[in-house]
Design a protein around this ligand. Structure first.
Ligand code: HSE
Length: 323
């Protein structure tokens, strides 16, 4: 049986006011190669997580693949995984979502696709409840999602070709769970109302590539004010981005990465953010200038490209049960 290769993009959730609702796929990728073997599990990791991430069945990608096998009650004898990771762990760039989607899509393809993409999303949501990372990791581009009762409705939205600047400070042990614990149980009505309008404006600004509109729209009152104090140097780095020419800058997911939008000067903006983080914390920050990804999860069997089954309905809203 030919090796299956799956590539999954990084994702930036929230996008300012779109807390827990908006997510954008960006051009930094983890690649998973999976092949059946006889009776053993072999996991090789290069790039991010090499030497630190587990290489046994506690690895999140392996767990994700096993969740698919369990769901369809088909178990390959043994498995070989080759993981080539460019998405840093615990960075606010969707590494867990990439692991879950990648592991599940790879396993699903190995079994000749018993699950629909929506079923894969539902299974991934049972493990990690962040559809704002999972949906764009699978579909690519800009995706809005929302829970209604026990269902998730998600829809891809148009997005202009833009480059983003991502700056990741060197913070050990940053976890989304801890960052969620900083959020209040309720927020003032005026803050909620401000976010609704701005989130809609953000989708318009991203569709049009309107950097000036992003400047007004990408301001959040629901999560950033509570999370920023936990990330040393974040205000200085965000200020440096704006001063160097970015029109909008916001936390990526729950941080600690910042994502900035600018019509030009991307490298200079990245350098300014890194210098500001370093001046404030004494630690080096990592910086990327990345395109928006519009492909989402891409699959190959040997040298042949395989399409996910949802491709013909790219912009149609989809509703899935999430028990
Ligand atoms: N919307 C989630 C949060 C994303 O902000 O906690 C986590 O990546």
């Amino acid at each position: 049986m030919a090796t299956i290769t799956v590539s999954v993009p990084a994702t930036s959730a929230n996008l300012g006011p779109g807390f827990d609702s908006l997510g954008l796929a960006i051009g930094l990728y983890n690649t998973i190669e999976i092949a059946p073997t006889t009776g053993v599990l072999v996991v090789e990791i290069t790039g991010e997580g090499a030497g630190t991430a587990p290489t046994d069945d506690t690895n999140l990608i392996v767990k994700a693949a096993y969740a698919v096998f369990k769901r369809v009650d088909l178990h390959p004898d043994g498995l070989y995984f080759k993981l080539t990771n460019a998405i840093p762990l615990a960075s606010g760039l969707g590494s867990s979502a990439a692991a879950l989607i990648g592991g599940m899509v790879a396993a699903n393809m190995l079994l000749d696709e018993p699950l629909e993409p929506g079923e894969i999303l539902a299974l991934a949501l049972q493990t990690e409840g962040h559809p704002d990372n999972l949906c764009p990791a699978l579909l690519g581009g800009l995706v809005v999602s929302s829970y209604v009762d026990h269902c998730l409705t998600y829809c891809r939205l148009p997005v202009a070709p833009m480059k983003v600047i991502v700056a990741l400070p060197a913070i050990e042990g940053h976890h989304t769970q801890a960052m969620r614990a900083l959020l209040p149980g309720s927020v003032p009505l005026k803050d909620a109302a401000a976010n609704i309008g701005r989130a809609i404006l953000v989708t318009r600004a991203l569709a049009e590539g309107d950097y000036d509109l992003l400047a007004d729209a990408m301001q959040d009152r629901l999560h950033e004010p509570y999370r920023r104090p936990a990330i040393p140097g974040i205000d200085q780095a965000a200020g440096a981005a704006l001063e160097a020419g970015a029109t909008a800058v916001t936390l990526s997911g729950s941080g600690p990465s910042l994502i900035a939008f600018a019509p030009a000067q991307h490298e200079q903006i990245g350098d300014s953010m890194a210098q500001a983080f370093q001046a404030a914390t004494g630690q080096k920050a990592r910086v990327w200038v990345l395109p928006i990804d519009t492909q989402g999860t891409v699959i190959r069997r040997g040298s042949r490209h395989l399409a996910l089954r949802h491709r013909e309905n790219l912009y149609r809203a989809t509703r899935i049960d999430c028990p």
